[in-house]
Design a binder for this molecule. Sequence first.
Ligand code: KIV
Ligand code: ZN
Length: 565
Amino acid sequence: MLKPSYHKYTPFAPIGLSDRQWPNKTITQAPVWCSVDLRDGNQALVEPMNLQEKLQMFDALVQMGFKEIEVGFPSASETEYEILRALIEQNRIPDDVTIQVLVQAREHLIRRTFEAIRGAKQVIVHLYNSTSTLQRQVVFHRDMKGIIDIAVQGARLVRELAEALPDQGRSIRYEYSPESFSGTEMDNAVEICQRVMEELGATPEKKIILNLPSTVQLSTPNGFADQVEYFCRHLKNRESAIISVHPHNDRGTGVADAELAMLAGAERIEGTLFGNGERTGNVDVVTLGLNLYTQGVDPKLNFSNLPMLRRIYERCTKMKVHERAPYAGDLVFTAFSGSHQDAIKKGFDYMREHDSEMWMVPYLPIDPKDVGREYEPIIRINSQSGKGGAAFVLQENFGFNLPKNMHPDFGAVVKAETDRTGSELTPSQLWALFDKEYHNVTSPFMLKKHDIQETGHNGHSVVRFSGTICYHGQEHAISGEGNGPIDAFFNALRQAHVKGFTFVSYHEHAISGGADAKAVAYIELMYKGKSTFGVGIESNINIASIKGVLCAVNRALAAEEREAK
Ligand code: KIV
Ligand code: ZN
């Protein structure tokens, strides 16, 4: 057996912020979003995006509403240099969008970066170096002072090159990331950022973006939130900085890190669509944005056609969005459990009946329509589905509003079918089952001809039915009178020795509008103490009712025959 080796991991040391304020706050507005799909996301792909794919992704990000987009690390790769040049030279960057370029705090890389951005109107030059205790010890072999020197020298050169650029309506902003911030001693993180701020001349009018990455997640999200709050509270000239976070997802809590960091003071978030990025990825901006949306906060990003966005993403990155990915997965608007399905149906009914403007559907945190999804696939019918689920699918997909007393009967029919086949039913298979079971039931009796006449007798109306029914291939003329079509038909049926049936209930409604409008009648009869249903669909409601009665009769007789065997 393997010896447990968890002892070799160092637990995260809480920073001891006892008067933390963030737990009492709520998020009331969207952060400034910065997409790092084309840089952090792209660099983590098995097959990085080609120029065409990057341009498509850039256009999609712009259309979603991103105003800040990190387009690459142009000094580190020739392809990234080229895409940046293509964006600038082909005039593809809208005036209200700022492109961001990442660069390590190293002289030759900074110089090359400034060559790459020539001609761009609005740029954020994003400078970084690693500051964590671990990286200082095992990678850089430098103390904190040495690490601060690297950042300060880098910042000095960035400012010098930016100020040497001809103005021509250009705006160059600065961002600094103490990479691996969450593994850095907080006072060191504050000090290095302050020194960089001074070097870059940050003011409240020309704020610097200080981006705090959890390059590798090391703690529960509250630990990260404490770090962000501590940082914000100890930074001098806080008003000269925009605090940004850049969570990764090693512990699966990238979204939680970002949300708690916002409570703790973060105003800007760097992330990627569907959480693509190094290892377990960057924080997923789709989830973050739609989490805001479900709290009644405008996310300031457009998710109204999420399936299309997902297709672009999957084509460009060759990654797949998981079936259960929040908001975007194939299965997230599907309820398998019967009790969930019943509750969902009740939620939709309630909203309809009360004309509700507020979303009040249990188990669905968001209206699928808001993200370009359909109600249709919400419920897939399997043997676990409850009685209301199948009725809901018929209603939503085909306009059949089954009376409540029919739901258990139909639910049992569906359960028997899914148990038999061992698989789910699609909406059209469900309709076919309903049709075969309740509507298209023509044996042993089939109506061949029918005529209904209404006459008045002493102030009472009398309905006369006359027609032909076929019984085991033999045609019989029948007729009868009654106080309504159903009554008259019942009396006529007695001539064909159809007896022992009691009328129990009747429901009807129209099914499609316009010239081809039809009426549907749901009939419940009692036969030998058992309830039996039949459905008639015709353009004439009287004929629909009569056909419904005959279907109910046929079903009851068929059931009796089955039981006798
Ligand atoms: O994860 C990270 O720390 C980064 C920095 C370069 C911002 O991507
Ligand atoms: Zn990153």
